[in-house]
Design a binder for this molecule. Structure first.
Ligand SMILES: *Cc1c(COP(=O)(O)O)cnc(C)c1O
Length: 398
């Protein structure tokens, strides 16, 4: 079968999509439009735009041309019917959940969601009387049983933060569909280059654009993609509740996304080589990376991912004390809470992604206190490996 005439590859889409419509004056780059209001002499035209009958902008909390360009690019990359953006990844997640959940509803999810997301499940949803079922992330059978009992939403994330567990999307989506549940997937770690849950049947996918989409750790943002009906509802919640993406961040994210495919291919490669190096290192006790054949999620990852991503984590002999010794010695890595940037970034989940959780909660999530999360950057991988090797040598022999 011949490809559709309008088919373009993801690398081309990341460069071109979303931009042309917003260009003016022969400019080749999308303008950053800071204007909050938009002026109309023709009141009828103004009304039509306000009612959504004609394209245009009214007020910055609702829509903005620069934000529009960013959304259109992600929409094209995820091959989605519609999408809407937010001030952060957490805003995207919370607004999406609050759009659909009412008191008395039930949601099924996994224990290994992002720390902030987990807090919504443990604290804020119970506050409004939503019943939350947290399942062991890799126990698909149990998860299927819980979904089968009936639920409004099945909320998934794969690979997970920080131990890179893999959830079988096709299998779980099938079960959720059979009970009419909405499936929402946080696709932050994989990016549209490595995984497309919408193509596997998910209803909505969410990104923290702050991470790999932007890629330069200089702007916060979030985005939700899916069919128009669902996204319209989420947009309505957001336009009233106000967690909109600002134009400056939208511009930075848009610019970062032009190199998305280049960066992700490089980060996939770097993470794989670093994971293999760490796996063979005598001071390393455990490496969590779905690209490793030894990883329990490897077979599922191979089925549903085009690349295994730039994220991995590992634990070292001697636990947190050893981490304190070796981590400061890393020269080509920021020790920071962020991930997905062009620079390699490391941090213990205990002080980064899961700092809001108690030690008991982290233990229940299967996160060793001495775990190091490693976000591979785009550096030369030989330098990254050399750097890890010299830093690990500071850990005393036991
Ligand atoms: C960082 C992150 C979030 C939250 O995004 P923010 O932009 O920091 O609000 C959600 N999910 C995952 C998987 C993340 O890594």
């Amino acid at each position: 079968m011949r490809e559709k005439a309008n088919f373009t590859h993801l690398g081309t889409k990341s460069v071109w999509e979303g931009e042309k419509k917003q260009l003016a004056h022969g400019a080749t780059q999308v303008p950053t439009v800071f204007s909050v209001g938009y002026s109309y002499n023709d009141l009828d035209h103004w009304l039509d735009v306000a009612l959504g009958k004609e394209e245009g902008h009214i007020y910055g909390r609702m829509t903005n041309p620069t934000v529009q360009a960013f959304q259109d690019k992600v929409k094209a990359l995820e091959n989605a019917e519609s999408c809407t953006s937010f001030s952060s990844g957490m805003a995207a997640i919370s607004n999406t959940l609050y759009t659909f959940l009412k008191p008395g509803d039930r949601i099924v999810t996994i224990k290994d969601t992002y720390g902030g997301t987990n807090k919504i499940f443990l604290e804020f949803l119970p506050n409004i009387n939503v019943d939350v079922e947290l399942c062991d992330t890799t126990d698909h059978e149990k998860m299927e049983k819980e979904v089968e009992k009936g639920c409004k939403i099945l909320y998934l994330e794969t690979p997970t933060n920080p131990t890179l567990k893999v959830v079988d999307l096709k299998r779980m989506i099938k079960m959720a569909k059979s009970v009419g549940a909405l499936v929402i997937v946080d696709n932050t770690f994989a990016t549209p280059i490595n995984q497309n849950p919408l193509q596997l049947g998910a209803d909505l996918i969410i990104h923290s654009a702050t991470k790999f989409l932007g890629g330069h750790a200089d702007a916060l943002g979030g985005i939700v993609c899916g069919n128009e009906d669902l996204v319209d509802k989420i947009f309505h919640y957001r336009e009233i509740n106000g967690a909109c993406l600002d134009p400056m961040s939208a511009y930075l994210l848009l610019r970062g996304m032009k190199t998305l495919e280049l960066r992700i291919e490089r980060q996939n490669e770097n993470a794989m080589k670093v994971a293999k190096f760490l796996e063979s290192h005598p001071k390393v006790t455990n490496v969590f990376y779905p690209g490793l054949e030894s990883n329990e999620g490897h077979e599922i990852a191979k089925k549903q991912m085009k690349g295994f991503g730039g994220m991995l984590s590992f634990s070292v002999k001697g636990g947190m004390d050893a981490v304190k010794v070796f981590m400061p010695q890393l020269k080509h890595a920021h020790k920071a809470a962020n991930l997905g940037a062009v620079e390699t970034t490391v941090g213990p989940p205990r002080t980064t992604s899961h700092v809001e959780n108690t030690p008991e909660e982290r233990k229940a999530m299967g996160i060793p206190e001495g775990l190091v999360r490693y976000s591979a950057g785009i550096e030369n991988v030989e330098d990254l490996i050399k750097d890890l090797d010299q830093a690990l040598s500071y850990i005393p022999h036991q």
